[in-house]
Design a protein around this ligand. Sequence first.
Ligand code: FE2
Ligand code: FE2
Length: 201
Amino acid sequence: MHPTLQIIQKEHASLTAMLQSIRMMIKRGPRDKPLTFFEVMRAMLFYIDEFPEKSHHPKETNYLFPVILKRCPELKGVIDRLDAEHDAGETRVRELQHLLLAWELLGETHRQAFVSACETYIDYYLEHIHVENTQLLPQAAQHLSAEDWVSLDMEFSKNLDPLAHFGVAASELQTPLAQEFNHLFTQITHHAPAPIGLGDD
Ligand SMILES: [Fe+2]
Ligand SMILES: [Fe+2]
């Protein structure tokens, strides 16, 4: 498989695991550890804001989508939809972070607004990934040229998802970004449920 496709699928898998763990966290609620709950939930939303929104989506929109459009113009409708979702993504995750703060700082009456918005967001995001995995990546694998892949592989191997490097010994971390995120992921995995976390506490 082309490195670009491997990187995208790995990043989709990391993001899917994070979204599934957020869903489990919401279902479980703060219980008797509200400080930990809000801290970990904030960290998870911050990761989505910081990596998928700032790096994964721009790589797709700026490099992958234009090449697919050139080779497969019949996919314009799908690409337009995915691009529009990329445009709105950062605002949506910022709104979620604000709704979470409202719940944390103003109390239980704000809980449902966050839970509903977060469920909608997770559904939308999983569907977005599913569409890319099923309607774009297989077509790219089939129709892009060798030259297309050379330039895509170069761009996609920059700014790798730090979550993909988590768990690697600090001295072996491949990118400064992965080193920066190591503390954040340690905090998340110690407290969040599976598939991201280590247990139910
Ligand atoms: Fe995307
Ligand atoms: Fe994607």
